[in-house]
Design a protein around this ligand. Structure first.
Ligand code: PLP
Length: 407
């Protein structure tokens, strides 16, 4: 399996024309990142949980009303904290989509759980909530929905199911910053939620993440797990006079250098989001004439669009490969992801054998277009023009094959 970064490397480094290379991603810099990092360094407190970490926590708690936030070194780590917090053990079953990044489920596998993979909705690459009840057994401990492309899963139906069977819900909100479900911020609905600030997300700090705790019963233990299993956080607040080893844990907190970078981004969140939404709209309008030939992202009515990504879904794998190579010939570098986890080298022998056709469908047919703050709207026009040209040529080559299958 090649990573997104590897895919984004042009196969042929020779320029093929006067085209400007358009990469898949470019990290956005607000300009104050290095200034804040300098401030952190000069404050002589560069380990975790200093002023910048506090500012980041406050930002999220105030803007979205999250009960408690804890910055982590990645979303992967926030998910690992969640797995520990709900006492995931050998024999537990965790329901999660197969069409997702490995970290969604690896966190639970690390604690000995079995993953029961769920299929994806036909019309949008989110977990198919209507099919979840059949997967619940007495061993089920939690459901981990992923808000794909930052668009909400059907959380009312999912939470009702969780309540009926007494299950935890952990939102993988890695892509879902500043996005909403029926007016409620994503990350505020499940018992716990995990965000990512990896450089490919909307708001970045290189590598970084955040655990959101919505059920206060987890507050105290989360601080302990994040501080290597010690009650150091309580000690720093002066609540106890010495600290020691009280639980399992790890080093899940980022340094102040990371938090300083992140805070510079957060101050520009609205600006970033506005630009990304304009890019998304430009893609959507440019590709709307192809409706029927390709599937475009149809955000469900109950979800907002946080413009995390723009993707198209081709009719089959061959068409996707041809579209990708056409764009690459023009030095535009789209990427595809994910390879269904139930068919991964690591999990295929552990999977119960059920077919997950829509997970496979998106695995084979979804392709993500270049998407980053500094992408010019004129470049988006160039890309959408090339995609339209590709489908014109397809029609000429095989007129019968011009209808898109939603399978
Ligand atoms: C990016 C991503 C992750 C991992 O985030 P990191 O911060 O890199 O650990 C997990 N789940 C999903 C759905 C993601 O998109």
């Amino acid at each position: 399996m090649s990573t997104e970064a590897e895919q984004a490397k042009p196969k042929n480094s020779e320029p093929l024309g006067d085209w400007i290379t358009i990469p898949f991603n470019k990290p956005y810099l607000s300009g104050s990142e290095t200034e804040y990092i300098t401030q952190a360094v000069n404050s002589a407190k560069i380990s975790g949980d200093g002023q910048f970490t506090k500012k980041c926590h406050q930002f999220f708690e105030q803007k979205y009303g999250f009960q408690k936030c804890l910055l982590t070194t990645s979303c992967t780590d926030a998910l690992e904290m969640a797995a520990i917090l709900i006492n995931t053990q050998e024999g537990d079953e965790i329901i999660a989509p197969s069409y997702t990044f490995v970290s969604t489920v690896n966190a639970f596998v690390l604690r000995g759980a079995k993953i029961v993979f769920a299929d994806t909705e036909p019309g949008f690459p989110n977990i198919d909530v209507a099919k979840l009840e059949a997967l619940i057994t007495p061993r089920t401990k939690a459901i981990v929905p992923v808000h794909y492309a930052g668009a909400a899963c059907d959380m009312d139906a999912l939470m009702a199911l969780a309540e009926k069977y007494n299950l935890y819900v952990i939102e993988d909100a890695a892509q879902a910053v500043d996005s909403f479900y029926k007016g409620r911020p994503l990350g505020s609905i499940g018992h716990l939620a995990a965000f990512s600030f990896h450089e490919t997300k909307n708001i970045i700090c290189g590598e970084g993440g955040m655990l959101v705790i919505n059920d206060p019963k987890f507050n105290e233990r989360a601080e302990i797990i994040r501080e290597k299993g010690t009650n150091r956080s309580k000690f720093y607040r002066g609540e106890i006079d010495k600290y020691g080893w009280v639980d399992i844990g790890s080093s899940f907190l980022p340094s102040e250098i990371i938090a300083a970078f992140l805070f510079a981004q957060l101050e520009n969140l609205d600006k970033i989001q506005n630009k990304r939404k304009a890019i998304w709209q430009k893609y959507y309008e440019g590709l709307a004439p192809l409706r029927g030939e390709i599937n475009l992202p149809d955000i469900p009515d109950y979800a907002t669009n946080n413009a995390h990504m723009f993707y198209v879904v081709t009719k089959d794998l061959d068409q996707r490969s041809a579209l990708i190579s056409w764009l690459r010939q023009h030095e535009i570098l789209p990427v595809f992801h994910y390879l269904s986890l139930h068919k991964s080298e690591f999990y295929t022998s552990k999977h119960d054998g059920r077919d997950l056709p829509y997970s496979d469908y998106y695995t084979e047919c979804l392709v993500r277009m270049p998407f980053y703050y500094d992408l010019e709207l004129s470049e988006v026009e160039l890309i959408t023009g090339l995609i339209r040209e590709f489908f014109e040529k397809e029609k000429v080559a095989s007129p019968a094959a011009s209808t898109a299958s939603k399978s």
